[in-house]
Design a protein around this ligand. Sequence first.
Ligand code: WTA
Length: 650
Amino acid sequence: MSSKKSVKPTAKEPIHLPSKEFSAKARIPSMAAYKKLYKESIEKPDKFWAREAKELDWRKKWDKVLDWKAPFVKWFAGGKLNVCENCVDRHAKGARANKAAIIWEGEPGDKRVITYAQLHRDVCRFANVLEQRGVKAGDRVLIYLPMIPEAVVSMLACARIGAVHTVVFGGFASEAIVDRLEDSGASMIITADGGWRRGKIVALKPAVDEALKKYKGVKSVIVVNRCNNPVAMQAKRDTWWHEETAQVSAKHTAKAFDSEHPLFVLYTSGSTGKPKGILHSSGGYLTGTYSTTKYVFDMRDEDVYWCTADVGWITGHSYIVYGPLANGATQVMYEGAPNFPDFGRFWKIIEEYGVTIFYTAPTAIRAFIKAGDQFPAAHDLSSLRLLGSVGEPINPEAWNWYHQKIGGGRCPIVDTWWQTETGAIMITPLPGATPCKPGTATMPFFGIDAAILDDSGKECKADQDGRLVIRKPWPSMIRTIYGDKDRYKKTYWSDYPGLYTAGDGARRDKQGNFWIIGRLDDVLNVSGHRLGTAEIESALVAHPAVAEAAVIGRPDDMKGQAVAAFVTLKGKYQESPELREELRSHVGKVIGAIAKPDDLHFAPGLPKTRSGKIMRRLLKELVTTGKVSGNITTLEDFTVIEAIQKKISR
Ligand code: WTA
């Protein structure tokens, strides 16, 4: 085991082989087994995916596994199923009825254990509430909740009645809710009085009230009482979760829906100011999340699995809700901050519940390294057998620390590359088979035909940087951008006709491992969260003092990337530390705290091309290297760079 510290992953990192004991029990016990199944999955995708899908409950079998008219796809066309029934009813009926589905812990330390039978009753009740409130199949329901079991219940109840959920991360502010309401046309909101975060109540309902001053299409708001935090309730429109669920039956007959029936819309940042609504559908998405959970986490009935993501992100959708529950897994769900009351909280939870599989993000690992080894050392982590990482490249230092200090040197680490759009894990080690090197997500999952192309569309040679593409459709892929087929085609399918472009740069080493370099577009990855530079820029220019703004990502040891903003003020405004703070919190108010610029520089002007395009590349170079070395002949005004350079170096 190396203790070598390096920030950038290199192919020179040592190889970690899965232990014999792990492999012996794993579903995929060797590279030979992986290669054999991978070959089949690429050559005969119908056969491979039909076998996976058959492990789910279908009310009507599909007529055709794959119907591909690029870039539009149907998986299991003609088949009918109910996604919620697959995640809940089939376990609640059988031997897993009294098995814990969710072991939940609130930040203050309150606990709830929800068995599959109980989850079934909760979901049925809430499905009845939704129907009573007039929600029908195809209607959009916006969910804005903290990490409490009601978030999972709401999502599953929507799926049960065929309503399309759109979950908004609790850290987003009211403007973000307005954008998502307007784009999705949601008619109902499920929210809470607040949630606990770092010992304080973070209120949620006021942001909903604020949003509903602008958007008039919501007929009903259901509010969970999580914290006894006083809220304003608008008569007729707003009702309490506990009152609504008390007056309905715990039985509900689920209808079957078409395999391509929309399941959810999840908004993610793109390179324009407007977030994109990524639409996922039912049969394919469920098959993809079911199958990846089964193989990548090698999920067993005995496991206690814990994914620390928030349900507001795709990781929460696929690997807290649909994947694990479709597998009948037992999982831990935690409401609060990793450092409350101190940085030992996660390790205490792992010890207390005997967590066996732990899935988290590199940014969290880096925060734990900084906090100190004494926190994990104070807990017995010997129940762990498998670790996972998601959201950004994991630097070797973080990988090695995670492996040693958390995994005790014995747990494989699955570094999983995927996206909101891909729905499920795409490139990943299989824990009993794949030799791992810190920093690489290694090999494509079954059925995933990943490649790296140069600008001309030719496949890159080993170790040559290029663009990551997927050459064949896969079941859990994005179906479209909600309400905008043209943007869907343009964003993902226009770089190379017929191929999906992920927007990530990558290279492949001689062994065939994929190394993800990072985004190629104007999307930042801040602490594993995707943020659009254009979104933050448009929030800044909405402030009366701002004439123009440019936002870039600068490398940051903890967050991966930090947000750096350059702002030019309107004539009558003066630069001041107060105004800088005001602009930062303005972004926090408009988008949410995660988008607050870490640095905000006032600039007399922004570097532009003669046609008026802001040259963000130059700003990026300035903040990372302090100077500009590349080609600046297209720059309209050279003095701008000098002026900014002086400001930054001051
Ligand atoms: C990045 C999160 C390197 C990547 C599931 C991708 C990663 C974006 C990894 C998607 C990884 C995710 N290694 N980079 N293991 N996982 N990314 O939509 O840039 O929030 O395009 O989905 O995160 O972010 P999203």
